[in-house]
Design a protein around this ligand. Structure first.
Ligand SMILES: NC(=O)c1ccc[n+]([C@@H]2O[C@H](COP(=O)([O-])OP(=O)(O)OC[C@H]3O[C@@H](n4cnc5c(N)ncnc54)[C@H](O)[C@@H]3O)[C@@H](O)[C@H]2O)c1
Length: 704
C-alpha cells in the first residue's frame, strides 16, 4: 500500500501531504505518517517551516469513524497534536474541501492556517451526539473567543473560508491553487521570520460569554437537536477551557467526550449516520448496473405534491414539464412554484439569478403528449387507482420507449399500476413527502417487475435531488404510511375513544421527542386524506371498526383541520396555533358510545406513549419479516427523516433494540391480552426476543 503521508521539500519548506482517500479521514495510519514525517522534518536543519496539505478532494474530513468501535491506537490525537503545536518551527496547514471534526481540530493545533476560497471548516460532532474530543473545545475558544466558539460548535455546520477568516479561524484566504498558494504563504512567513504560535499558550477571550448568551444559544439549538444533551456538554467543555489550565482542560474534554460517546443519544445518532449511508446498498443490485442519465422530467398533476416535486427537480438542474388536466389547476401549480421561489429569494436562500434559472427550467403543458421526449415521468395525480391506471396506459404509449415511469402514490398497489403501462420493468414508485422540495425522505418503491436499471436510476435520482432514497417493497402504505396508519395513528385514535384527549396524546408524543403529535399532524395534512385512501383501497371495509373512527368522523363532518379552520383543534383565521375545541370532545364521546368503547376518567401519559410507539415496532417487525424493508436501519431512516421520530432515539427499531426486545415483547403480550388482536406480537419480534437478539443483528446476519 502506498504511504498515506509523504514528505517532500520546497526550498526551506517541508511539505507533508496526506493521501488517504476518499476523505483523508484521520485514521491511525494518517496519524502514524504525520508523526514520522514531522520528526524527520523537525530534525532537518534545512527545514524552516512545515506545511501540511491533503491530496484529493478535501482536507481531513473527520475522524476515522471505525475507531468509535475499535478504539483509538497510538499515536493518539492528543499526543500528535501536541507535537505539532510544540514544534520549534512554524507549522502551517493549507485547507481545501471540508476540514471537519478531527481535521479542524488538527488545524487548530497548527500555528498558521490558510485556505482556498471554497474550503469549509466545521465541527459537526454535535450532530452525532458527541462533543469535539481532540482538543477542539479547548483550542477553538483560544483562537476565536469563547462566544464565537460556542456558536461554532452548537451550529455544527461548516463555515466557508472567508467567514472563517473574519472570525479569526483562518489567517489567509488564498487566491488560486492550493499547493502553490500555501507554499507561497509558508515562504512568506519564513521570510518574515514568523515564529511558532502554539494555540495552547493563548488565553481565552470571554467577552460576551455570559449566562444569558449561553442560555439563549442553548434554547436556539434545542429546536433542531430536540432532547439531546450534547449541547449542554459542549458548554461545559468551553467553560473548562476558560476555568482550567490547558492540559487540565484537555483532561476534562476527554472525560466529557467519553461520556457523550457512551450515551444512548450518540449511539442512536451514529446508528442513523451509518444507516443513512447504507440505504443506497441494495441486496442483489449488481454494481455493474448503470443508472440512466436523467435530464428531462415530466410531472403529471400540478397539485401540492406535483408542484413540490417540480421545485425539487428544478433545484437539481433538471428540465421539468408539468401537466395538469385543468388549465386552472395547472396555473395554480405554476403560480405556487413561482411563489415558492420568490419567497426563497426574499429569505436569502437563493439569489435572483438562481430563481430565474430554476423558474426557466419549468414549463407547463395540458396534454400527456407533451411528455413524448422526457427521460422520467413522475405521476402525482389524485390517489385513485382507476385514474392512475388510465394515465399509465397513456404514458406507456406516448413516452419514449426507454423512459422510466414513476408514481408518487402513497398507498396504492404499484404493481397494478405498472401492469397496465406496457413497460412494468421501467415502472417504480417515487414516494415523496410533503413539502416535496424540502423533505429529505424519498421512498423508492420496488415493484414486482421493476428492473435493476430502473431501481439504480431511482437511487441516482434520489441522490441528485439530495434526498435519502430508501428502497421499499409493495404493500398498503409501503413502510412509512403503513406503520403510521396501521399502528401509530390507529392507536392514537383508539386512545381518544377510551378517554384521552388530542392535547394529551400530542403532548406526550412531543415530549417523547416527535416533531409533532399525531392529531396536530392530521389537522395539518387534512383529515380527509387518510379516509379517502382507506375507502378507495377498500382497507376500511377489511378492518373492523372503530379502527380510526374518530379521525374518519372528523372528515365526514368536514372538520378537515387547518384548511377548514377546525378539525381535532380549532384555528383562528390566519393562525395555525391549535386551540382546544369542546365540540371535539363531544364528537369523540359520541363515537365511543356508538362503538360501545368503555371510557376511563384518565389515561396515564406512560400508557399513551407506549401505546402509540410500540405498534410502530410491531408493524416494523412484520415489514422486515415480509421483506418490505431490507434492514431495520432503513425503517429507522424512514421514520426519522419522514415522520419526525426523534433522532436521538435512533428510529423505532433502534429504540426497540435499545430497550431490549424481551421487554418490548412482554409489554406487547400484556397489551394483547387487554386490547385484542392488533397487539398480537409479530413472530419476528417474538423470535428475536427469545434469542436475546436485536433487529440490527438480524439485519446484519441476513446481509452476510
Ligand atoms: N399530500 C401529501 O402529503 C402526499 C404525500 C405523498 C404522496 N402523496 C400522493 O401524491 C399524489 C398527489 O397528491 P396531492 O396531495 O398533490 O394531491 P392534489 O389534489 O393536491 O393534486 C392532484 C393534482 O392532480 C391533478 N389531476 C387530476 N387528474 C389529472 C389528470 N388526469 N391529468 C393530470 N392531472 C390530473 C389535479 O387537478 C390536481 O392538481 C397522490 O397519489 C397522493 O397520495 C401525497
Amino acid at each position: 500500500m502506498a504511504d498515506v503521508v509523504t514528505l517532500s521539500r520546497e526550498g526551506p519548506i517541508a511539505v507533508l501531504t496526506i493521501d488517504n482517500p476518499p476523505v483523508n479521514a484521520m485514521s491511525q495510519s494518517v496519524r502514524a505518517g504525520l508523526d514520522q514525517h514531522f520528526r524527520t522534518a523537525s530534525s532537518d536543519a534545512a527545514v524552516k517551516a512545515i506545511l501540511v496539505l491533503c491530496a484529493g478532494r478535501t482536507f481531513i474530513a473527520g475522524a476515522d469513524l471505525k475507531e468509535f468501535d475499535t478504539g483509538v491506537h497510538p499515536p493518539l490525537h492528543r499526543d500528535l497534536f501536541a507535537a505539532f503545536e510544540g514544534s520549534a518551527k512554524p507549522v502551517i496547514v493549507g485547507l481545501h474541501g471540508t476540514a471537519l471534526g478531527a481535521g479542524a481540530e488538527f488545524a487548530l493545533a497548527c500555528h498558521y492556517r490558510c485556505a482556498v476560497p471554497d474550503a469549509k471548516i466545521g465541527l459537526p460532532e454535535l450532530t452525532l451526539g458527541i462533543i469535539p474530543g481532540a482538543g477542539g473545545t479547548q483550542r477553538l475558544p483560544r483562537v476565536i473567543g469563547a462566544r464565537a466558539a460556542l456558536e461554532f460548535i452548537l451550529n455544527a455546520a461548516p463555515v466557508a473560508a472567508q467567514k472563517a477568516k473574519e472570525i479569526g479561524l483562518v489567517d489567509r484566504v488564498l487566491d488560486g491553487e492550493l499547493r502553490a498558494g500555501a507554499i507561497a504563504y509558508a515562504q512568506e512567513l519564513v521570510s518574515q521570520g514568523a515564529q511558532p504560535r502554539p494555540t495552547s499558550k493563548l488565553s481565552v477571550d470571554t467577552s460576551g460569554f455570559d449566562e444569558a448568551f449561553i442560555q439563549s444559544s442553548l434554547a436556539g439549538v434545542r429546536k433542531k437537536m430536540r432532547g439531546q444533551r450534547a449541547p449542554d456538554y459542549a458548554v461545559e467543555a468551553i467553560q473548562a477551557a476558560i476555568a482550567l489550565p490547558f492540559e487540565q482542560g484537555l483532561d476534562r474534554e476527554t472525560e466529557i467526550a467519553n461520556l457523550t460517546l457512551d450515551s444512548l443519544e450518540s449511539k442512536a445518532l451514529r446508528h442513523l449516520f451509518f444507516a443513512e449511508r447504507e440505504v443506497a446498498k441494495i441486496p442483489g443490485l449488481a454494481e455493474s448496473v448503470q443508472p440512466r442519465n436523467i435530464r428531462k422530467v415530466g410531472i403529471v398533476g400540478a397539485g401540492t405534491m406535483g408542484s413540490g416535486i417540480a421545485i425539487a427537480c428544478a433545484d437539481a438542474g433538471l428540465e421539468v414539464t408539468i401537466i395538469d388536466a385543468g388549465a386552472e389547476a395547472l396555473a395554480r401549480g405554476l403560480s405556487s412554484i413561482k411563489k415558492t421561489y420568490e419567497s426563497s429569494v426574499a429569505r436569502g436562500r437563493i439569489t435572483a439569478a438562481q430563481q430565474a434559472e430554476r423558474t426557466a427550467l419549468v414549463r407547463g403543458a395540458n396534454e400527456l403528449a407533451a411528455l413524448a421526449d422526457v427521460d422520467l415521468v413522475i405521476e402525482a395525480v389524485f390517489e385513485d387507482m382507476a385514474l392512475k391506471q388510465d394515465i399509465f396506459r397513456t404514458l406507456g404509449k406516448v413516452c419514449r420507449a426507454d423512459a422510466i415511469l414513476a408514481s408518487n402514490t402513497s398507498t396504492l398497489d404499484l404493481d397494478a399500476i405498472a401492469a397496465v403501462s406496457g413497460r412494468a420493468a421501467q415502472v417504480v414508485g417515487l414516494h415523496f413527502f410533503s413539502p416535496a422540495n424540502i423533505m429529505r425522505l424519498l421512498e423508492i418503491v420496488r415493484g414486482r417487475n421493476t428492473s435493476q436499471e430502473t431501481l439504480a436510476t431511482a437511487l441516482a435520482i434520489a441522490k441528485r435531488l439530495r434526498k435519502v432514497g430508501v428502497v421499499v417493497g409493495v404493500c398498503y402504505g409501503f413502510v412509512g404510511n403503513r406503520m403510521m396508519l396501521d399502528g401509530y395513528v390507529r392507536e392514537a385514535d383508539q386512545l381518544l375513544l377510551e378517554g384521552a384527549t388530542p392535547e394529551q396524546v400530542d403532548r406526550v408524543i412531543e415530549d417523547f421527542g416527535f416533531a409533532m403529535g399525531p392529531f396536530k399532524m392530521n389537522d395539518m395534512g387534512g383529515n380527509d386524506v387518510a379516509l379517502r385512501a382507506r375507502e378507495t383501497t377498500g382497507i376500511r371495509a377489511q378492518r373492523p371498526s372503530p379502527y380510526n373512527e374518530s379521525i374518519d368522523e372528523m372528515a365526514r363532518m368536514n372538520r378537515l383541520g387547518q384548511k377548514t379552520g377546525v378539525g381535532f383543534y380549532r384555528y383562528e383565521k390566519g393562525d395555525r396555533t391549535p386551540l382546544h375545541d369542546a365540540e371535539t370532545d363531544s364528537i369523540i364521546a359520541k363515537v365511543a358510545a356508538r362503538f360501545g368503547v368503555k371510557r376511563r376518567a384518565s389515561i396515564s401519559d406512560a400508557e399513551v406513549q407506549l401505546r402509540c410507539v410500540y405498534p410502530l415496532i410491531n408493524e416494523g417487525a412484520k415489514i422486515l419479516a415480509e421483506g418490505i424493508a431490507y434492514r431495520s436501519g432503513d425503517i429507522d431512516v424512514i421514520w426519522t427523516t419522514g415522520y419526525g421520530f426523534p433522532r436521538f432515539r435512533g428510529g423505532p427499531m433502534f429504540y426497540a433494540d435499545s430497550i431490549g426486545l424481551a421487554n418490548v415483547l412482554a409489554e406487547m403480550k400484556r397489551l394483547h391480552a387487554l386490547h385484542g388482536h392488533y397487539w398480537e406480537p409479530a413472530p419476528l419480534l417474538a423470535e428475536l426476543a427469545a434469542k436475546k437478539s436485536t433487529f440490527q443483528e438480524w439485519s446484519k446476519s441476513r446481509k452476510a
